[in-house]
Design a protein around this ligand. Sequence first.
Ligand SMILES: *Cc1c(COP(=O)(O)O)cnc(C)c1O
Length: 401
Amino acid sequence: MESNQLLSVAQEFGSPLYVYDAEKILSQYQRLTNAFSKVEKLRINYAVKALSNISVLKLLKQVDSGLDTVSIQEVKLGLHAGFSPDKIIYTPNGVSIDEIEAVAALGVQINIDNLSILEQFGTKHPQIPVCIRINPHVMAGGNSNISVGHIDSKFGISIHQLPHILRIVENTKMHINGIHMHTGSDILDIEVFLYASEILFDTAKHFKTLDFIDFGSGFKVPYKKGDIETDVEELGRKLSKKFNAFEKEYGRSLTLTFEPGKFLVSEAGYFLAKVNVVKQTTSTVFAGIDSGFNHLIRPMLYGSEHYIENISHPKGKERFYSVVGYICETDTFATNRRISEIKEGDILSFRNAGAYCFSMASNYNSRYKPAEVLYKDGKAHLIRERETFDDLLKNQIMIEM
Ligand SMILES: *Cc1c(COP(=O)(O)O)cnc(C)c1O
């Protein structure tokens, strides 16, 4: 979106504000679909945890996306947005058998990621089809916080435990219809991903009744000009070929599944915040905005660098700023950033604010969560109201004393 469009949306709905560009979400969906056009059956399950607003879910439903969910609440949001249960997969980690049974009862595809639950679930419900999450033990990215396929990861059942998986399946006579991996965010190297896929194919051969193979996600998106991003077109060419060859060998029609979050929504999102104060110290110029890690925690949690623009004065002389929040903790969004000269009252726009931004927002410092807007067909639609004081009091009880 253009700066002037964003600015007028901020003027209409106030700040801080999340704005999502529907067209970008849809074009990313299309890009992935096109990359895998040689595969007969492709399914994209949007990872709800990245951005769970029901209007965003509905938008993706309109292009026939499925959903990848990690909690029963996300499942319910998906159903509320109009998804049929068979378009939803549930991939929890460390969740109780009770919740898994409750989700299965809704008709949603279950994906199990540990042997204990696999055995319990298979014993009680041998007729319900189950997908198994495998940990292929490959490092997808450089940052161990976001590489979930390696040896110390809590995610998935180790590929080395395949004999035990097979024993459980045989003993319980349970029905395995899918094999899954999710090696973590940020696939830098397609070869690593293709290597992991070979492990998945080898695993798949041991199951005779599969309907799908789920390659998870981890597509890397650019945060600034010149950033490395996953070449989905190249991945599409190479993986499609391998997949089609495997399908032939397997002798049964299979669906290739992905579950991208970031890839679909990251670049579509903008976070708009107003500069409350410009503070000159002996070493730095701080721009203090009407937000903090209560609204956008990724820079502090992951060290992610969101590109920041001054959309009120985009053409001014550039100066160096540290952009900080109003929370009573260190909440630095950026240090030593070149930004067009900032005046108090200016609106700053943070890029890549679609994924894991609003969905991680909190009420810390008793601040309200921001409003959300979906920009679609040239119009700004409010899709979440800004919170009010009543929201802070909701569920609190002041006892007699
Ligand atoms: C978080 C998650 C995803 C989405 O990851 P992105 O990096 O946002 O694409 C996909 N699958 C599972 C199981 C996840 O936990």
